[in-house]
Ligand binder design. Structure first.
Ligand SMILES: Nc1nc2c(c(=O)[nH]1)N[C@H]1C(S)=C(S)[C@@H](COP(=O)(O)O)O[C@H]1N2
Ligand SMILES: [Mo]
Length: 551
């Protein structure tokens, strides 16, 4: 009989069991952390804390690549990747426990401590924010110890056991699983085939209990958070009517061509770009906006006070600097809010202040030129979007909207603070990462109909799309086929210079492969350049084109 090494099959199974112990222990740790976070109303649990720190520390190229590869799903991908990594580390720890059973619990403990450090590093973190991760560290370590000890009890070889009377009622394993039985002296955990039936039962019980604990704590935590969320999300909140409604849309503003973006983007179709791994929860009851810094009279507003002021409604197109030529990060909505310029005048901007440094509930910052907001355009502290409260993903309870500027220098969601300062003194989130300090929107146009690589029938075909040049306005859109002469497209009306415009034309399609190309001219007379530059650092330029086949 080979007593030096356990049988091969048993060793493999023992390893698998060790790995499962690791995974179950970390699941219990994450469940307990979720419940702790919910009970304490902590900013975030361990996974989100680590993920958020990762987002802020990630090099720009990686961040850009992630946004491009996953779009708005990048956050889910990051969270899933993180969970998978943590579970894999836990599995390896469980595996290694065969050799070092006493050291193994240090692994979940170290993971939890790392997460606690990440939680404390978040902007606006308070010491309590580390607690969910600390709970995870303790629960993970204890659970892994418990599981490993029930695993190693099975390790006692029959030769080490006291002789068993041959009554047939007591299996060898029963002794092995009694608490007084010491673990294997050399720390090696042999395979399950060497243990008795009741050992297996003990391990099964411990494993099941651990997973049940994970599910119960995790589920309860989620449920508490979800219940609180629906209260904090403005569900059922009715906004006052605008004192100054948006001008009615001229007939034909929306051409309703199949495949063409509607003039007003529905909330659930509106692109989302932000650094928030989970959507910040800001109950309107607790929300405050502080206007301070280089001002004569600091102002503080509650949500009710905002709603009590005259509300202005405007159609404004928002675009992201990360949008590639022809890309999807543009949307047009009807925003409702108070006049941001009036708010600044009320506070009294001091001479020398040239930057409005706004900050969100989750610590993101944005630098907007003072002169842009004060030049008479419809800059808003917005509370409504398309006739309802802001959706949580788009900044509930309040955000900034400044027509003509890319979102990263103008459109702070979940805004809680406006500080008047100087560009020379303070840098906002993306400016600190190399993006342009000032970033007016570049004139752009996009072909939406036909789709790239569409196959069309010969004869009259519709070409249509949208074009934007916020706050200057779109004056013309031209299209050409296969590098031929530029032809004027027909422009749909727009309520003003701050929204995109739909455009269309009819093309007599002839058989063969064709390249359709578009360019827009803004109301200042400047035509979009053909020079292709990437989004970094101040927005992409170049013409959008689409290849089609006509049959
Ligand atoms: N709090 C916060 N606000 C933010 C951002 C962010 O990361 N955090 N991103 C900005 C960027 S880059 C853009 S393009 C717009 C996008 O707004 P949307 O998600 O409502 O479309 O929000 C801006 N506001
Ligand atoms: Mo953006």
């Amino acid at each position: 009989m080979n007593i030096g090494k356990p049988p091969v099959r048993g060793r493999g199974a023992g390893r698998a069991l060790g790995a499962l112990c690791g995974v179950a222990a970390v699941a219990a740790a994450l469940g307990a952390a979720e419940l702790t976070a919910a009970l304490l109303r902590a900013q975030a649990g361990p996974l989100v804390a680590v993920g958020s720190a990762f987002i802020d520390l990630a090099p720009r190229r990686l961040k850009d690549a992630a946004i491009r590869a996953f779009g708005a799903d990048d956050k889910l991908v990051l969270l899933i990747g993180l969970a998978a990594t943590v579970l894999a580390v836990a599995a390896v720890a469980g595996l290694a426990a065969r050799r070092r059973p006493r050291l193994a619990p240090a692994v979940p403990a170290a993971l939890g401590l790392t997460a606690a450090a990440a939680a404390l590093s978040r902007p606006g973190a308070v010491p309590a924010d580390a607690l969910p991760s600390l709970v995870a560290a303790v629960v993970g370590a204890l659970a892994l110890r418990l599981l490993l000890s029930s695993l190693s009890r099975r390790a006692v070889r029959p030769s080490q056991l006291p002789p068993v009377p041959e009554t047939g009622t007591t299996a060898p394993g029963q002794e092995a699983s009694s608490p007084s039985t010491p673990g294997p002296p050399d720390g090696v955990v042999p395979g399950p085939l060497e243990g008795g039936l009741s050992d297996r039962r003990a391990l099964l019980r411990a494993g099941t209990a651990t997973l049940a604990f994970a599910a119960l704590t995790g589920g309860t935590g989620r449920a508490i958070t979800a219940a609180r969320d629906s209260a904090a999300r403005g569900a059922g909140l009715v906004l006052p009517r605008p004192a100054e409604p948006a001008p009615p849309l001229a007939p034909g503003s929306d051409l309703r061509i199949p495949g063409l973006s509607p003039f007003t983007t529905p909330d659930d179709g509106f692109y989302r770009v932000d650094t928030a791994l989970v959507i910040p929860r800001v109950p309107p009851r607790d929300w405050r906006l502080r206007v301070h810094g280089l001002v004569e009279r600091p102002v503080e507003l509650t949500f009710e006070e905002v709603l009590g002021r005259p509300l202005i409604e405007r159609d404004i197109t928002l675009t992201c600097v990360s949008n590639e030529v022809g890309g999807p990060y543009a949307g047009n909505a009807r925003w409702l809010g108070i006049d941001l310029a009036a708010l600044l005048r009320e506070a009294g901007v001091r001479a020398g202040a040239d930057q409005i440094l706004s900050r969100s509930a989750d610590g993101w910052t944005c630098g907007t030129p003072v002169e842009t907001v004060l030049d008479g355009r419809a800059a808003l502290l917005a509370v409504g979007m398309n006739g309802r409260a802001l959706p949580p993903a788009h900044g509930f309870p309040a955000r900034l909207i400044v027509p003509g500027l890319y979102g990263y220098v103008s459109a702070t969601k979940w805004v809680t603070e406006i500080k008047l300062t100087r560009f020379a003194d303070e840098r906002a989130y993306w400016a600190a990462r190399g993006w342009a300090e000032r970033a007016p929107v570049k004139t752009a146009s996009r072909i939406e109909v036909p789709k790239p690589f569409a196959r069309l029938r010969a004869g009259p075909a519709v070409i249509a799309g949208v074009a934007w040049a916020q706050h200057r306005g779109v004056a013309a859109v031209e299209v050409r086929v296969d590098g031929g002469p530029w032809r004027q497209a027909r422009l749909a009306p727009s309520p003003g210079p701050d929204t995109w415009r739909q455009w269309h034309m009819t093309w007599d399609a002839t058989p063969g492969d064709h390249r359709l190309e578009v360019r827009a001219t803004d109301a200042a007379g400047l035509t979009q350049t053909a020079d292709r530059v990437p989004p970094f650092p101040s927005g992409a330029t170049g013409r959008h084109s689409v290849l089609v086949t006509v049959l």
